[in-house]
Design a binder for this molecule. Sequence first.
Ligand SMILES: Nc1ncnc2c1ncn2[C@@H]1O[C@H](COP(=O)(O)OP(=O)(O)OP(=O)(O)O)[C@@H](O)[C@H]1O
Ligand SMILES: [Mg+2]
Length: 242
Amino acid sequence: MPQAELELHDVTIRFGGITAVNKVSMTIGTHDLVGLVGPNGAGKTTLFNAISGLVRPTQGTIRFDGEDVLKASLHKRARLGLGRTFQVPQPMHELTVRENLIVAQRFGSGRVDAARIDEILAFVGLDGKAQRNAATELALTELKALEVGKALATHPKLLLLDEVLGGLETASKRRFMQMLRDVHERYQVGILIIEHDIETVMNLCRRVCVLNFGELIADGPPADVFRDPAVVKSYTGEVVGA
Ligand SMILES: Nc1ncnc2c1ncn2[C@@H]1O[C@H](COP(=O)(O)OP(=O)(O)OP(=O)(O)O)[C@@H](O)[C@H]1O
Ligand SMILES: [Mg+2]
């Protein structure tokens, strides 16, 4: 499949006096698996919100597969192939796990494909929980798996994952990481994943982008980026070797 690209150019997002994202330019392809890291408040989630349509950039352009994303509605962005998960899982209340996937799929693709829903339920390990109430009967790992499942139900080409690995214990995290590698390789979906744990990013991603106070301060292979003095300083407040 030819690669589609998400192209951010000079994206700035201000909330009143706060510049949450400052002149960020980056290109993420649907063949990429990229980590997005940075301290709390660096602007990571805000950048996802701008791509998926929940906030409007103050300045800059966002294109996906050649289309002007900023002119597209939330629906249209999903239908272009942009999927996302939320930092705090947001299951729909009063609905079962399966119904959550159906609603997400209808929103994102305009139709319901029951076979695909079954495939996704099995893929994210929720086939045994399909009839459970999504809001009240799932453990944290299962809620995160449901987030990924909802995003997959819309047939994404590029998935924006907001801390889906955060808060998981080691064994669940390892299984979940393997699931994400499978999403990437088997379904050929590009992934941009926000993740705080550096070891996890080193393990999962061949490329990492670092935001600090809204600015993109590094973009490259994890082994290089995490040695970059500006990146180390953003994490620890210290200069390497000082
Ligand atoms: N809707 C909003 N209104 C006002 N300020 C906001 C809004 N959303 C985000 N911010 C501010 O923008 C900045 C970036 O926040 P954001 O949530 O994007 O950070 P983050 O990198 O995702 O942090 P974390 O790692 O804690 O999730 C913060 O200063 C935050 O308070
Ligand atoms: Mg965030």
